[in-house]
Write a protein that binds this ligand. Sequence first.
Ligand SMILES: [Zn+2]
Length: 455
Amino acid sequence: MLIRNATAIMTGRSGHGSELARAEGGDLRIDAAGRIAAIGRLQPEPGERVLDATDCVIYPGWVNTHHHLIQSLQKGVPAGINLPLLGWLDAVPYKLRGKFDAELLSLAAEIGMVELMLSGCTTIADHHYVYWPGMGYDPAQVLFDMAQRLGVRFVLCRGGATQQRAFELEDPNALPPETLEGIIQDVERLVHRYHDAGAESMRRIVLAPSTPNWSLHVDELRPTAAAARRLGIRLHSHLSETADYVSFCREKFNRKPVEFVADHDWLGSDVWFAHMVHLSPSEIAMLAETGTGTAHCPASNCRLGSGVAPAPALARAGAPVSIGVDGAASNEAADSLSEVHTCWYTHRAVGGADAVTVEDVIHWGTQGGARVLGIDNIGSIECGRAADLAVYALDQPRYAGLHDPAIGPVASGGRARLRWLTVQGRVVVEDDAIPGLDMSDLMARARRAVVRLNA
Ligand SMILES: [Zn+2]
């Protein structure tokens, strides 16, 4: 397949080589294995499918490293719309999670994945945390089935907890916690069934208790890390999202949160944490030294009033930075373009005009995500890489008048129309639509589900 005549190509690389202008050739060839075979000025070969990308710009497919797809049916809940993290957790995700069965989870996953795909996202890491003993359905099967149907790469971060949060103790409908043994047994089953460790993996499993602070007993942290390493999978969790993480670690252990997790073997290039808003310079240095990754979630952090993560400082120190949209209950615009646009704005607002560039946030959202997830052959446009590509048509007034069209999808915000989205060279979005998906039916099912969740 040949994609021809694009106005520009953003490569996902940082610094020099981040953008290929048309002068260098806006053509890109995809081989039969779904990899980028050539970039430049190319002529069609006999029998080759040709996609005309005139007036389009090509990006690497976005890599979303932190999400809670189940929350795609929990947007804008009035009881939580003006609350900070803790009150919001109690009022929205924890209040609603026990109402989800396989059907509702499948619909939430469909909504969230479709929303992401239509923004140009090709890899989704979902931190799914709703489990209880004897729950009667297998969330992994629901989520992997939907990802396979839609054709995206999917990383299941298997969450869960062995103890309840303080606010759950007063809730008569609170879900009973699991045992660590039960969680690890389930993760072993999932690894055996789904995990592909390859460089172009479509399916990964990650061990991901919801928080190291409150989801596990302290003496379970080290065995959890050991189990992940024995299984050859990554570790993920939330950390330092609010100042509560810092005060908890200081009051209980006289440590900073990153020091606390380091004490329990929870740092390394096989670990990434969502948020990392409240970090000290010494913690940033520890993350850089150990190669521990961050899923930066600027929109959710803004929405919940949690603060602004020092992502530019992490990147300058050499720590891996990626971007996650977080769950839609705390980010009603849980799509990749909204997220990177917010990211670009937020850091310039607080850090000055030289805090981040458009190329920086594209790098974090693509190659940065590939590094954090350890899926090495995605996230950038280079010969030999998997052809996960978002081809944007800048044909709305918002994108008219751009002197550098390449930066339009990020700098102008909004949702650029997606001419094509490919995953490993396979077209999964065409003309801004997912083949076989009835959008009005999806919207109707979502409305009915909201009624059901409020019953
Ligand atoms: Zn989260």
